[in-house]
Design a protein around this ligand. Structure first.
Ligand SMILES: Nc1ncnc2c1ncn2[C@@H]1O[C@H](COP(=O)(O)OP(=O)(O)OP(=O)(O)O)[C@@H](O)[C@H]1O
Ligand SMILES: [Mg+2]
Length: 293
């Protein structure tokens, strides 16, 4: 029996919440994948509407401590909206978001960040004029809460030896030594995505939401990024929820995936099983072929 389940055949009378709950249960990781059996992140029946658009409809999922989980689905499926509801940029119309046993869906972004939810964005934005090292230093100092504006953070007093050390370590972990003192506008998109990842990582998140980190990268850069994620998981034990269109990258990084389509969770389970699921294939019809190369 495979873990993949979908709502396609049981028709749509079954509520998406029920279906998503059953898929989440089916795909629930074993207790060995994290601390105890309690999930780090629990999304329960989250719904989000924009006017007439039902961006999310009773969506549920779980991520265990230290686990890397994929979230895939066609354009407009609701993946970024779900991230927004988890990190606090948006508040769901209904449903709950629980982090490490604590309900967080009413909390602002900064409080969720303090609890350990980090995020990278689909469209990266780096500080113009600041070097790679400085971009990371801003995030490092922000973590300590000793400033408000990035300029203050950068120029108000010299960084402490600990801060310099943390940033140096991150530069090394990301393989950015060659461009550490290069301004953001002179680095490649791939390097920029690594800086974005580093800015999230210096905050030492327990959960990292990655929104299409390989977007715009060539295949070498994508391979390098996948390798970095493996190191992050191994060295920091960070749990990750990965939104990604590059299925090779998904296959390399995750143990299981959830599939969103038109705001509904239509399947979950190991990637190979999910990709051969009829509902998933139908959702992707007309899009790129569904097999990792
Ligand atoms: N702020 C907003 N206002 C109105 N509609 C929105 C807003 N954000 C998202 N939407 C709509 O909600 C739906 C889900 O969008 P979302 O960006 O979450 O999809 P996605 O799965 O991240 O897509 P992609 O793969 O293209 O990034 C889409 O129909 C989108 O147009
Ligand atoms: Mg998106």
């Amino acid at each position: 029996m495979t873990e993949v389940t979908s709502t396609s055949t049981q028709a749509k009378e079954t509520s998406a919440a029920d279906a998503a709950d059953s898929t989440a249960t089916a795909a629930r990781p074993s207790a060995g994948s994290g601390r105890g059996s309690r999930p780090l992140l629990e999304v329960r029946g989250v719904t989000k509407r924009f006017g007439g658009i039902q961006a999310l409809s009773n969506v549920s999922l779980e991520v265990a401590p230290g686990e890397t989980v994929g979230l895939i689905g066609p354009n407009g499926a609701g993946k970024t909206t779900l991230f927004d509801c988890v990190n606090g940029l948006m508040h769901p119309d209904a449903g709950t978001v629980i982090f490490d046993g604590q309900r967080i869906d009413g909390m602002p972004v900064y409080r969720r960040a303090r609890l350990g939810i980090g995020r990278t964005f689909q469209k990266i934005e780096l500080f113009a004029g600041a070097t790679v090292r400085e971009q990371l230093m801003v995030a490092e100092r922000e973590k300590r809460g000793d400033g408000r504006l990035w300029k203050d953070l950068l120029w108000r007093g010299a960084p402490s030896p600990e801060e310099v050390d943390e940033v140096d370590q991150m530069v090394k972990s990301l393989g950015l030594e060659d461009v550490a003192d290069t301004p953001a506008e002179a680095i490649s998109l791939g390097q920029g995505r690594l800086v974005e990842l580093g800015r999230a990582l210096v905050q030492r998140p327990r959960l990292l939401l990655l929104d299409e980190p390989s977007s715009g990268l060539d295949s070498n850069e994508t391979t390098a990024l996948a390798a970095v994620l493996t190191v992050v998981r191994r060295d920091f034990g960070t749990a990750m929820l990965l939104v990604e269109h590059d299925l090779d990258m998904v296959a390399a990084a995750v143990t299981r995936v959830y599939v969103l389509d038109f705001g509904r969770m239509i399947a979950s389970g190991p990637l190979d099983d999910v990709l051969s699921d009829d509902a998933v294939r139908a959702a992707y019809l007309g899009q790129a072929p569904l097999a990792p190369s």
